[in-house]
Design a binder for this molecule. Structure first.
Ligand SMILES: Nc1nc2c(ncn2[C@@H]2O[C@H](COP(=O)(O)OP(=O)(O)OP(=O)(O)O)[C@@H](O)[C@H]2O)c(=O)[nH]1
Ligand SMILES: Nc1nc2c(ncn2[C@@H]2O[C@H](COP(=O)(O)OP(=O)(O)OP(=O)(O)O)[C@@H](O)[C@H]2O)c(=O)[nH]1
Length: 442
């Protein structure tokens, strides 16, 4: 399971600066997508081969009793409860404040590793800056500069030191794609899961009391196998499944990370909300294959149906690669079609793209439309090969590729998607430029 790092600290200590730095690595993989707004509080990052989730609990105030501050505190509490590691940030220039003390008191009761991170330490003597924070009783202060990046890698090294080593995917246990059913509260996820699992043969199911970070539930339908990733701690009660935990953004994001294919459930009776858009944006960032299920179709009239179709197209334009289905989880309508699209999206996500075909398509695409000149030079693309699956990654080699605009990258994406008929998965293009223009002339 992807580990979760949660940033806490009073306002202005530099949490969002560190958040941006910790999530920059993976962001860079997603070409600028029109309409995509990122959730500034949840992100993914990678160091070496390890992925992690980062949560910024901006505005966390442990003493707020009501109002918006109270609501934010509640969310921060949930994040703290679900964290694998807490990064408690303080401001090395401002020194220790009573507010820091309060947060420290709260964090001392947490049974998870807490790292005391002293920010804004650039150009200062680390031992001196850190000294007064020893008094917080949260271990040795780690002095960093989030703005400049100093000390951030050593911090991550220490974090990964205390985390359990990466467990390989439990492959081989059951065949078929891992599917995550996600969406904001009340859109009908549990109903959909019950429709899927209730009717179908559930091959095996772990009963209560099993591990916290289980579990995928294998099931089969029409002779095909799937593994449903459990986002809410499902428990079987009689014939139906019940979620033991309430909606959790962190669990949702972890499920997306673990999935091969995500089914994003939207509620046809409601407009697309920021929360829908943020979950959708996260799916795109992780590169998972995607199917849209617009649920509660039974409850809306024709006028509303047109409205919601337009709303989805307008607010989630970056999901146009995914197939949409209009379903009723309650009445079990349209569910088979969703699973057919899951199969297709999975096949596309895992497609094998041959080097000769990729290179030929690349050359054809360039002939049809050459990349724009960057300063004086026209980028030269020589060949392409596949660099990964789920999402398929196409690596293009050549010279002068650094300045290729996102719009041209999207043009190439479209060419490849059409030629290989890749429906339901995003595609990533990476450029490898040789600095020496002669080096790859054989
Ligand atoms: N000198 C210095 N300033 C920094 C550093 N990191 C952040 N800052 C500055 O500190 C201020 C607050 O940074 P933010 O990242 O917005 O702080 P925050 O903790 O997210 O604040 P809230 O969103 O209010 O919770 C900004 O003006 C940053 O430019 C650093 O490493 N050194
Ligand atoms: N009319 C109609 N109602 C539905 C449909 N699917 C779900 N509902 C209703 O929507 C409500 C929420 O459904 P849930 O399945 O609990 O939604 P959820 O997304 O799991 O909600 P959380 O557990 O809060 O995340 C319930 O009252 C369902 O009966 C549908 O296809 N049509």
């Amino acid at each position: 399971m992807i580990p979760t790092l949660v940033l806490v600290g009073r306002p202005n200590v530099g949490k969002s600066t560190l958040f941006n730095r910790l999530t920059k690595t993976r962001d860079a993989l997603v070409a600028d997508q029109p309409g995509l707004t990122r959730d500034r509080h949840y992100g993914v990052g990678r160091v070496g081969s390890r992925d992690y989730l980062v949560v910024d609990t901006a505005g966390f105030d442990p003493v707020a009793k009501d109002g918006i501050m109270h609501e934010m505190a509640r969310q921060a509490e949930q994040a703290i409860a679900e964290a694998d590691v807490l990064l408690f940030m303080v401001d090395g220039r401002n020194g220790l404040t009573p507010h820091d003390q309060e947060i420290a008191n709260r964090l001392r009761r947490v049974d998870r590793p807490v790292f005391l991170v002293v920010n804004k330490g650039e150009g200062m003597n680390r031992a001196v800056v850190g000294a007064e924070f020893h008094a917080l009783g949260l271990g040795a202060p780690l002095v960093i500069s989030a703005a400049h990046g100093d000390g951030v890698h050593p911090l991550l090294d220490e974090v990964f030191e205390v985390l359990p080593p990466e467990t390989p995917e439990p492959e081989g246990d059951a065949p078929g794609p891992r599917v995550a059913i996600v969406g904001r509260p009340n859109v009908g996820k549990s109903t959909l899961i019950n429709t899927l699992l209730g009717e179908e043969r559930v091959i095996a199911f772990d009963m209560p009391g099993t591990t916290r970070d289980a579990i995928s539930i294998p099931f089969s339908r029409n002779g095909r196998e799937y593994k449903l990733i459990d986002t809410a701690g499902l428990r079987r009660r009689g014939k139906v499944f019940e979620a033991v935990e309430k909606f959790s953004v962190i669990k949702t994001l972890q499920a997306i990370e673990q999935a091969n294919v995500v089914v994003l459930v939207l509620d046809a009776s409601q407009d697309v909300s920021d929360q829908d858009a943020h979950i959708a944006g996260f799916v795109l960032e992780t590169g998972r294959a995607l199917v849209l299920a617009i649920n509660k179709w039974d409850s809306v009239d024709d006028y509303r149906r047109e409205q919601i179709k337009n709303d989805v197209a307008r607010k989630l334009p970056f999901l146009s690669f995914a197939r949409s289905h209009y379903v009723s989880a309650l009445k079990s309508q349209g569910i088979g079609a969703v699973l057919n699209s899951v199969d297709r999206a999975y096949a596309a996500a895992m497609a094998k793209l041959s080097t000769p075909k990729l290179t030929r398509l690349l050359q054809e695409a360039v002939v049809k439309q050459a990349p724009p000149k960057v300063r004086m030079f026209r980028p030269k693309m020589r060949y392409a090969h596949q660099g990964g699956s789920n999402p398929p990654i196409i690596v293009i080699h050549g010279t002068g590729l650094e300045g290729i605009p996102a719009s041209y990258t999207r043009y190439l994406e479209r060419c490849f998607m059409e030629a290989f008929k890749l429906q339901g998965t995003p595609l990533r293009i990476q450029f490898r430029s040789s600095t020496n223009p002669y080096s790859d002339r054989k």
